[in-house]
Design a protein around this ligand. Structure first.
Ligand SMILES: CC(C)(COP(=O)(O)OP(=O)(O)OC[C@H]1O[C@@H](n2cnc3c(N)ncnc32)[C@H](O)[C@@H]1OP(=O)(O)O)[C@@H](O)C(=O)NCCC(=O)NCCS
Length: 165
């Protein structure tokens, strides 16, 4: 199936039937997201089916990572600033109807491409996995765990830049 990935629009996109199997991610989409967008603490992109149904979504926000929290071999190659800028993908979810069709991977690739092509510099895309299973999904796509938490992972954007230009 083909999906279109577009910025979330509360007036156009129906969230009422979205069911990822994770109540926290579904409730966030229904109840919290519009407020977060209004307050400029997150942006959201949705994958739509032909008939306008939300099949998946992810959120992005600016963040930073303390250099001391990165693996030593990575931090060594960065300037000696206390922290480096990054983009946080706080949430990613696919509706259960569409799971296993590579949509999660496609949304991740979309987030990486937007982050790597953004006009404002960011060293890495950071993801917060909700559990070890989600962390393994990110690991499968090349993300590395931060030494402090197996549920917070990162991927340097310079490494994928040639792929998305
Ligand atoms: C995790 C999630 C986003 C994956 O989406 P999906 O559309 O079902 O996954 P895809 O079909 O895109 O899978 C793409 C690849 O990841 C692999 N994969 C999927 N889930 C995986 C997991 N838990 N661990 C390791 N690999 C995984 C697939 O095997 C596939 O590999 P391939 O491309 O080499 O064949 C989805 O299952 C989901 O929404 N889960 C509930 C919410 C969640 O866990 N969100 C994660 C962040 S908090």
């Amino acid at each position: 199936m083909l999906f279109q990935v577009v910025p979330f629009d509360a007036a156009q996109h129906d969230r009422s039937t979205f069911n990822s199997g994770s109540p926290a991610l579904d409730t966030y989409l229904r109840r919290q997201l519009s407020q977060d967008i209004k307050r400029r603490v997150a942006t959201c992109f949705v994958a739509l089916t032909d008939d306008g149904r939300i099949a998946g979504y992810y959120t992005l926000a600016a963040t930073s990572v303390l250099l001391d929290l990165l693996p030593e071999q990575v931090a060594r190659k960065l300037p000696r600033y206390p922290s480096v800028p990054a983009i946080l993908m706080g949430r990613l979810a696919v509706d259960q109807t569409f799971k296993g069709q590579k949509l999660g991977g496609a949304l991740l690739a979309d987030a990486l491409a937007r982050s790597a092509n953004a006009e404002i510099a960011a060293y890495a895309l950071i993801v917060d996995a909700k559990d070890e299973d989600a962390a393994s999904f990110y690991g499968h796509h090349g993300f590395l765990a931060l030494p402090t938490s197996s549920l917070r992972l990162f991927l340097p954007l310079a490494s994928i830049r040639p792929l998305v230009e």
